[in-house]
Write a protein that binds this ligand. Structure first.
Ligand SMILES: Cc1cc2nc3c(=O)[nH]c(=O)nc-3n(C[C@H](O)[C@H](O)[C@H](O)COP(=O)(O)O)c2cc1C
Length: 448
């Protein structure tokens, strides 16, 4: 028996503070002005996307003792941006990445419950643990948690936040103007939570929000991160965007749900993906090459190589060969504030591979970096890209994608205008929103 056709989920990631965002293109705009956020959100809503997504970075990254200048493009506060977007959109979900290492459950629960109210049920929380003490130096407790403890704190943090959300059932406010009775019970929002991380009690002061609890995302990729997602998240944001890798990740994560008493459809798998469109596949490939060269300038190639070599390579010529010198082993000390997921497992072997590739294909260091780092996920005409995305979803490499345009604010426009109508024609993507909340867009049940 053939199974029903899956509906694709799509989201718009405001491109982040990193080198893949091309700021030097004449069409590139501000990364921090509200008009840029609003433009991308409106394009996503016009295309009936499920949600808009913001990552979080809490410290300017440094490399080799200097501020990584490509990162200095601005990263305003998540809640402020999403609350402002709630006012200029009506149906689009609003997902924010907020870490559980440096915050407190009471404040985060208040912020998400408030966003869920202001947006009439469109809030989502991507619970990340963050990874480095360097970022932690910004905060009162510093980077005090060992890696394995961060997920334990995350689990307890999320459960505490759920207790706060659930401290209101939703029927406490009577607001009877005739009798003058406002509350139906004397002490709503009562909570008391005591464990080794949190020791809090009181009255939560935001009444139950439209979704009850915001949609929960998880993004960590380790075994502990995947277990956390399988036990507690409604959706997982991953980096596994190629077909085979995506299928393997999908099978792994969906296979973990049963032991937590959950069904496969209770966790939506959404890898990050990039795209380049053209009138023909050949033209898209040409554009993709141009974009890769914009993304990896000579200076960027050296910075990338330094992250692998873990040493100062500023004296090297990016248009010359891959450096002969070996990487420094051990913990990466040259680059601070970048996700550990970007770090390289075996530096010596990877550097050897880069050298061999350079020699075999007669490529400069810059060209090798262009070749080995972050290629675009979907390259082709609108028809090709629509067909490929649909195949990935129908064949369980994902349930959809969080699309990361390479340029703001207009990077999603072509996709919205050209690819989405083709997906709608195929009947695999909504032509109109059928629900009002993000839970409804994602096909998730309301929490009990
Ligand atoms: C796709 C993806 C996106 C992530 N986005 C963020 C982010 O925006 N902010 C952040 O602090 N950490 C982010 N992380 C890092 C995770 O929170 C986590 O700290 C890190 O991956 C280490 O956990 P792990 O070993 O389970 O992967 C992201 C991780 C992944 C895989």
């Amino acid at each position: 028996m053939s199974r029903p056709t899956k509906q694709i989920h799509l989201a718009a990631h405001f491109p982040g503070v990193n080198n893949t965002t091309v700021w030097s293109d004449p069409a590139a705009g501000s990364q921090i002005e509200f008009s840029s956020f609003a433009h991308l959100a409106r394009a996503a809503e016009r295309a009936k996307f499920d949600f808009f997504f913001l990552a979080e970075g809490l410290r300017l990254r440094e490399q080799n003792g200097r501020i990584h200048d490509l990162d200095v493009v601005g990263r305003p506060d998540t809640f402020t941006v999403l609350a402002a977007l709630a006012a200029v959109t009506e149906r689009l979900g609003l997902a924010g990445t907020i870490n559980s290492t440096f915050n407190e459950p009471y404040e985060v629960a208040r912020q998400f419950a408030s966003l869920d109210h202001l947006s009439a049920g469109r809030a989502a929380w991507n619970v990340v643990t963050s990874w480095d003490a360097f970022t932690g130096e910004n905060f009162r407790r510093g980077g005090y948690l060992a890696e394995q403890d961060r997920y334990e704190r995350a689990r307890r943090f999320l459960h505490t936040a759920w207790e706060l959300f659930d401290s209101w059932r939703g029927d406490e406010i009577v607001a009877d103007k005739d009798t003058g009775q406002f509350l139906g019970e004397p002490r709503p929002g009562a909570f008391a939570h005591h464990d080794s991380f949190f020791d809090i009690s009181g009255q939560f002061n935001v009444p139950r929000s439209p979704q009850g609890r915001p949609v929960i995302f998880q993004a960590g990729d380790s075994d502990a991160g995947r277990e956390f997602a399988a036990s507690s998240a409604d959706a997982i944001f991953s980096r596994h965007s190629t077909f085979e890798d995506g299928q393997a990740f999908y099978a792994d994560i969906k296979g973990r749900l049963a032991k937590f008493g959950r069904r496969p459809d209770q966790l939506v798998v959404l890898p990050a993906a990039t795209f380049v469109l053209g009138d023909t596949d050949a033209e898209a490939r040409e554009r993709a090459e141009v974009i890769r060269h914009q993304q990896v300038s000579g200076a960027t190639a050296i910075l990338f190589a330094e992250q692998l070599w873990n040493r100062d390579l500023s004296a090297y010529d990016p248009d010359g060969p891959v450096p002969e010198v070996d990487p420094l082993p051990g913990e990466n000390t040259i680059s601070k504030g970048r996700a550990s997921v970007r770090m390289f497992d075996d530096r010596l072997a990877t550097a050897r591979r880069w050298r061999e590739l350079g020699e075999a294909k007669k490529l400069s260091l810059r060209e090798v970096v262009i070749e080995v780092t972050g290629r675009q996920s979907f390259i082709g005409s609108a028809a090709t890209v629509a067909e490929t995305i649909n195949r990935f979803v129908q064949e369980d490499a994902s349930d959809g994608f969080i699309l990361v345009p390479h340029i703001v604010p207009g990077g999603l426009d072509e996709f919205a205008d050209q690819v989405v109508p083709l997906l709608q024609e195929r009947g695999v993507f909504r032509a109109e929103y059928t629900g009002t909340t993000l839970r409804e867009h994602l096909g998730l049940e309301l929490p009990g």
